[in-house]
Design a protein around this ligand. Structure first.
Ligand code: NAP
Length: 278
């Protein structure tokens, strides 16, 4: 029987995940298919319950359902509990395990660069699900200085409040108060939705200029964004979000299949799909 796995979200049609995972299944000769499962909120519970059936490996979960998926699975990993969000569901003989592979996915490019997160001073922009995952990941890797700036500061306060962080985390709007943190930062993460279209930056250019020259600018958007371009013009190192997407998929694939994923194949498929060459 062909094994099935899919992406639960709304909308899902622009996702690169089918290309990434199908390339991996095909390369390993697995009889499995990755599908898009557009799921409005009213159908999420039924969709997730359906994953218990034989023939279903599990699912990826994306916006806006990572929080509700956390509530609907039977078991969760420690990192999913820390983020209170599930992006990967695994069908274990009818019992559903929820994991959060966005966390190792986010950390992977930093590890590849040999960055010691215990010595990192991070500024995170955003207060949605992605930003929460970033802060959980940074804390899990030993980062002890984190500041969060968000357009709506109350949302940043709510996010920080639910984290039970072992150290105080500064939060506020993206205004002059954030400059003090930017001036000492070694990592700036854009986890806002700003970057997909147009020329907008998630922070004023003058604030970007206050970053030290050794800082890394990491944008979760998986394309070369105006922020990354502006950072490079200032001589800063940059990282886009494609590798995070690939690596969260690598970790999910391992859980679904128990096999070692063909990472190079998955990365090439992601790049081809993003650039419209799939
Ligand atoms: P979300 O929960 O909807 O949060 C969106 C965030 O962006 C909020 O902080 C929001 O601020 C901010 N924002 C939206 N429009 C803005 C604007 N015009 N100006 C300033 N701030 C704005 O979304 P999410 O799930 O956290 O995702 C955020 C981004 O991360 C998306 O671009 C997503 O594609 C990316 N992401 C990438 C990966 C990956 O694998 N590379 C994984 C997950 C997410 P307010 O609170 O003020 O509304």
């Amino acid at each position: 029987m062909t094994q099935r796995v899919g992406l639960i979200g709304y909308p899902v049609e622009h996702s690169l995940s089918p290309a990434i995972h199908q390339a991996a299944f095909d390369t390993l000769g697995l009889d499995a298919r990755f599908e898009l499962w557009p799921t409005p909120e009213s159908e999420v519970a039924e969709r997730i319950d359906g994953l218990r059936r034989p023939g279903y490996l599990g699912a990826s979960v994306t916006l806006p359902h990572k929080g509700v998926a956390f509530d609907l699975v039977d078991d969760t990993t420690e990192r999913a509990r820390a983020a209170r969000a599930v992006n990967t569901i695994v069908n274990r003989g009818g019992r559903l395990l929820g994991d959060n592979t966005d966390i190792p996915g986010f950390l992977a490019p930093l590890e590849q660069r040999g960055i010691d997160l215990t010595q990192t001073r991070a500024v995170v922009l955003g207060a949605g699900g992605a930003a929460r995952g970033v802060v959980v990941a940074l804390l899990s890797a030993g980062c002890r200085q984190i500041s969060v700036g968000n357009r709506t500061p109350e949302r940043a306060r709510a996010m920080v409040g639910m984290l039970q962080a072992p150290v105080p985390i500064w939060y506020g709007p993206i205004d002059a108060a954030l400059v003090e943190w930017l001036e000492g930062a070694t990592l700036l993460v854009n986890a806002t939705a700003v970057g997909w279209e147009g020329d907008a930056l998630p922070l004023p250019p003058a604030m970007l200029e206050t970053l030290p020259r050794e800082a890394l600018v990491y944008d979760l958007t998986y394309r070369d964004t105006p922020l990354l371009q502006a950072a490079r013009r200032l001589g800063l190192e940059t990282q886009d979000g494609l590798e995070m997407l690939v690596q969260q998929g690598v970790a999910a694939f391992r859980l679904w299949t128990g096999q070692e994923p063909p990472v190079e194949v998955m990365r090439a498929a992601a790049i081809a799909a993003r650039d419209g060459r799939a």
